[in-house]
Write a protein that binds this ligand. Structure first.
Ligand SMILES: [Zn+2]
Length: 222
């Protein structure tokens, strides 16, 4: 590494041209990984987290971003006024900077959760749980229209992954006989939340879902 970087008095953001002052948050963009040559500086507004940038562009998220949003939303809404204080500085900054997106994603997760509950009440609790508990086979699959469904379970938990095109959503349920009220949820997601919600709604609307054993199905959604 070369000498320590010092900010010049007339520094500007290489993208939006706003002045960058001492004490501002900014990022140094290098020409390449090795030379240490600085290409430009980037102001905090122009520097966007990769996952957030991808979400803004495509509406698509990963399980990771979905979890981050759920955690952030807890701190915004239920954690109390000083809830963010205990967070690591970079996490706190992420939650503050991308609040709009994270609130939006958390709301999408709530809507997905409602459809998962509907699926659980219509399909899982009344008959799919019995199908699962009656079989010794682990991996199962089926199709509903153009949606591919995979089911796999372990240690009292069952995962059902629904997949169409580039989107997939994985639900998690309990297989305990004694559990009769819906308490499942989202285990994983890739793609847009809107697509996931549509996939799940089509499953809810399906009359009956019949799985078949398929040994190539191993760990659904993982
Ligand atoms: Zn800028």
């Amino acid at each position: 590494m070369g000498r320590a970087f010092s900010l010049k008095a007339d520094s500007k953001c290489g993208e939006c041209n706003q002045p960058i002052h001492e004490g501002d948050i900014y990022t140094i963009i290098y020409e390449d990984d090795n030379s240490g040559k600085i290409k430009c500086l980037q102001c905090d507004k122009c520097e966007v987290d990769d996952e957030i940038a991808y979400y803004r562009k495509t509406g698509e998220i990963s399980s990771h971003l979905s979890l981050e949003a759920a955690m952030a939303n807890y701190h915004y809404t239920e954690g109390g006024p000083n809830s963010m204080d205990s967070l690591r500085a970079d996490v706190r900054r992420f939650f503050i900077k991308y609040k709009k997106e994270l609130v939006e994603i958390a709301a999408g997760t709530d809507r997905i959760h409602d459809v998962i509950r509907a699926f659980e009440e219509k399909h899982w609790l009344p008959y799919l749980k019995k199908y699962w508990n009656d079989t010794d086979q682990r991996g199962h699959e089926t199709k509903v229209g153009d949606i591919k469904l995979m089911l796999w379970g372990c240690a009292g938990r069952v995962l059902i992954t629904a997949e169409r095109g580039n989107s997939d959503i994985t639900m998690i349920f309990s297989d305990y006989e004694s559990q009769v009220t819906a308490n499942g949820g989202q285990q994983g997601i890739h793609g847009s939340q809107k697509a996931a919600q549509e996939i799940l709604q089509e499953l809810v609307d399906a009359k009956k879902i019949k799985f078949k054993h398929n040994k190539s199905v191993t760990m659904a959604g993982l």
